[in-house]
Write a protein that binds this ligand. Structure first.
Ligand code: GLC
Length: 806
């Protein structure tokens, strides 16, 4: 079964059957204003903070057929009443003659035909804008004229998204609506919880005259809400009640008589949902987007943004699913994930005060440095502000207030109050940014540490370089009995929470990789002493990993406080962990022989046809001494599930040992685009990576969840572009070091780098996986794999021949 197809030309995925296994969504706007729209027109919108400034009430747990947040109704006279239907299919579920949901870059377009009416609605938030616009074009495709009414509807939530569901007296007592008539007799219906009447009002308005409106849900649905969203009884009346709600469940429904639409004729209705201090303040913007031409221009601007964003790298490989992911959907997901962190999705519901995660955002940055370097740098600056003086980092923070906390570690008595990995990821993010941009002056920027004095001001500041060095120093000084880094509350795997004193060889490797980055950077800065010190620390840890963490056939993943290994053949469950094997290769700690043996163990024990499991076998029963991992049944999430974020690390490791066929096998088996024709098992969107897929110990093996906001996006993008295609930014230039399937004849890449364009054509005449025989830049052979940086604004042709270098 398939529910749609990729339209590569238009950079869209087009859903043609609305009965998808779960909602397939798309993001519009940004965290500043925006949210997501599902493929049947439901919208979750918020401004600035999904937890504390939410606008629409979208309840993902309701069935797919249910109204969620927003819809559009159309109606025409039939018999003594009206035929009411939604061109979005949901919530009226009428039979359609055409249904298409175009999941586009920054917009969703739903095109449908019901009862002779062709409706084409584009939903988006203008760049930098603060309203969600629905641009609806309704065309009569029948042979008779039809008198059409259009009734767009929004259901509001209390701004405190969680309160909405925990207090069903206070919330409804506060919710109110008012109507405003604009000069030109257009209607603006506002909504606000009483305490925000004078500071933040939601508004809903359109470009066409409104003959009546409704703001109370009970009145809209009718008969004390025994009328339904599928058949709102008020829509059987000529007009709505024009009621300005003083309490209750608030909606905004605007009834427009579009009049007779002649065969072939189109009417355009543009609605806006926004929030501002007051209607007066919002009026200029509202008026701007009542004009069709301004809406068109805003969409054009959006297309331009994405043209620029995606122009940084374009690939042409023999595999169409690789091309569509690397050219459009994967970099797009990287941007969305960086923007939204883990705030708001169909799965991460944005209640409470989770904020932005240090480790997550640091890794997200790595997926966007080429495309939006300024945004990447700004996010790095924020992260460094929540690093502590001792070099460790706060786990989460609210980007609006910059108030940070220790994450789940807060809730467990006696648990270490830091995560062993957070601070180390920032080093990888910073060097990714520096290699991409060459902006080494960033290292001298002074940024405060998080610790505050009695006056609430930061006690100490340091340069970015200083922050980086403290990060590694923290790990070096917090080691356990094997000399390996202490786990803290957890490392990358949030769900393995061992007693204080536990050690993590994974952290040793992440630290090793961070040190490699620092050594290289110190040399760039001409700081020989720092390079030497980091090299000594690297060697010290390499020795410990190699003597302590090798288990015979693979590497151990943890040592518990009592010294017992986890992720060892001596364990019954959780014998082997994927991250235990990929990271010693990435850090360079593993000897070549062990690297291959460890990766072979992954292939033999963790590979499935749907991706690499995080560990095996799964823990079968809750064990508070191991923590969250044992709350899942075997095969789910971190407990032996296919946790996608960890897959690209194995791909990268395979390319480092030169096995391109294997790296690509792993790449392909989690490529969502490649699952399009058998998506019923996978269930989630075929155009983005999910966070997890159920593993083969679970009866529903292959089922994906938690799509969109996952570190998988950044890392698969890095694995695909920098390690499989092997186009890697370095301080000195663009490195070309592919590790591809032997069967490929080659590939092409257009890469914009440091202000110039590199047209790279890789030939693979001998059908090898790895190895570059020669590189010619504009016809001149160069030594080595690094194409030097061109003068700004330049362009060059790079011809690469793979094979043994002679
Ligand atoms: C989730 C978290 C991430 C963590 C991962 C593995 O994706 O957002 O921080 O590393 O789970 O536990």
């Amino acid at each position: 079964m398939r529910y749609g197809t990729f339209d590569d030309e238009n950079r869209e995925y087009v859903i043609t059957n609305p009965r998808t296994p779960v909602k397939w969504i798309n993001y519009i706007g940004t965290l500043a204003f925006g949210g997501f729209v599902d493929h049947t027109g439901g919208m979750l919108i918020c401004k600035g903070d999904p937890a504390l400034n939410r606008i629409t009430k979208y309840i993902p747990q309701l069935p797919g057929s249910a109204f969620k947040g927003t819809t559009l109704y159309l109606r025409f006279r039939r018999g003594s009443g009206y035929k009411v239907f939604s061109p979005y299919f949901v919530p009226t579920l009428d039979a359609y003659d055409l249904y298409e949901c175009h999941v586009g870059l920054g917009y969703t377009r739903i095109v449908s035909e019901f009862f002779g009416l062709h409706t084409d609605v584009t939903v988006f938030v203008p760049i930098g804008g603060s309203q969600a616009i629905c641009d609806c074009k309704i065309t009569n495709v029948s042979e008779r004229s039809i008198e059409v009414d259009a009734i767009p509807v929004v259901e509001y939530t209390h701004f405190d998204a969680l309160k909405q569901f925990t207090n069903a007296d206070w919330v409804p007592q506060t919710m109110q609506s008012r109507v405003h008539r604009d000069d030109d007799s257009l209607t603006i219906l506002t909504q606000f919880p009483f305490m925000r009447r004078d500071t933040a009002v939601n508004y809903f308005t359109s470009n066409c005259p409104v003959s009546s409106f409704e703001s109370d849900r009970a009145r809209f649905l009718g008969e004390n809400e025994y009328g339904t969203w599928a058949n709102p009884l008020s829509l059987q009346q000529a007009e709505l009640s024009n009621y300005e709600a003083r309490r209750g469940d608030n909606v905004a429904a605007l009834l427009h008589h579009l009049g007779e639409i002649q065969p072939g004729e189109t009417k355009r209705l543009i609605t806006q949902l926004g929030q501002d201090e007051s209607v007066e303040k919002a009026l200029p913007l509202i008026r701007e987007f009542r004009e069709g031409k301004n809406v068109d221009a805003a969409l054009e601007e959006m297309a331009q943004f994405w043209d620029d964003y995606l122009s940084k790298m374009r690939v042409e490989t023999p595999d169409a699913d690789v091309n569509r992911m690397l050219n459009v959907h994967n970099p797009r997901q990287c941007y969305i994930t960086m923007q939204w962190s883990r705030y708001l999705s169909l799965y991460q519901l944005g209640f409470g005060a989770r904020g932005i995660g240090f480790r997550d955002s640091a890794q997200d940055v790595m997926g966007v440095v080429a495309n939006v370097p300024e945004e990447a740098r700004a996010l790095i600056e924020m992260l460094l502000q929540v690093q502590r003086q001792d070099g460790s980092a706060m786990h989460q923070f609210n980007p609006l207030t910059m108030v940070a906390n220790e994450g789940d570690a807060r809730e467990v008595k006696g648990a270490p109050k830091y995560y062993g990995d957070d601070h180390l990821w920032s080093i990888l993010a910073i060097t990714a940014y520096l290699k991409e941009t060459g902006d080494l002056s960033f290292l001298d920027q002074v940024i405060p540490y998080y610790d505050k004095g009695d006056d609430g001001q930061p006690i100490e500041s340091g340069t970015v370089w200083d922050h980086m060095r403290r990060a590694v120093a923290f790990t070096r000084h917090n080691v356990g009995v094997h000399g390996l880094p202490l786990l803290g509350y957890a490392d990358w795997n949030d769900t393995v929470n061992l007693c204080a004193g536990a050690e993590s060889p994974f952290l040793a490797n992440l630290y090793g990789k961070a040190l490699l980055e620092l050594i290289e950077l110190a040399r760039q800065r001409g700081d020989g002493a720092a390079a030497e010190q980091c090299a000594a620390w690297y060697e010290e840890m390499r020795e410990r990993v190699e003597t302590q963490a090798w288990d015979g056939g693979w590497y151990v993943r943890y040592f518990e406080a009592d010294g017992c290994p986890l992720g060892s053949h001596t364990n019954e469950q959780g014998q082997i962990y994927a991250n235990g094997q990929s990271w010693p290769v990435i850090s360079g700690f593993a000897s070549p022989e062990r690297a291959r043996t460890a990766l072979d163990a992954v292939y033999a024990r963790l590979k499935t046809d749907n991706g690499i499991k995080l560990s095996a076998p799964g823990y079968d029963g809750f064990d508070p001494l191991k923590g969250g991992v044992t709350t899942y049944p075997p095969g789910a999430k971190e407990n032996g599930g296919i946790f996608l974020h960890a897959n690209p690390w194995v791909m990268i490791a395979e390319t480092l040992v030169g096995r391109g066929d294997r790296a690509f096998e792993y790449y392909h088996q989690i490529n969502p685009a490649a699952k399009n024709d058998r998506i019923d098992e996978f269930e989630c969107e075929p155009y983005v990576y999910p966070q997890n897929i159920l593993g083969d110990e679970h009866p529903q093996f292959g089922l994906a969840r938690n799509s969109w906001l996952t570190g998988t996006a950044s890392w698969v993008y890095q694995a695909g572009t920098q390690y499989i295609l092997g186009i890697r930014p370095t301080y000195a230039g663009l490195e070309v070091d592919p590790c591809i399937p032997a069967a490929w004849d080659g590939f092409r890449v257009r890469r914009a780098f440091r202000g110039s364009v590199y047209q790279i054509h890789v030939h693979n005449p001998d059908h090898v996986c790895k190895g570059v025989k020669s590189i010619k830049v504009d016809g001149q052979e160069i030594g080595g794999n690094v194409v030097s940086i061109l003068p700004e604004g330049g362009t060059c042709q790079v011809e690469v021949v793979m094979g043994e270098r002679t």
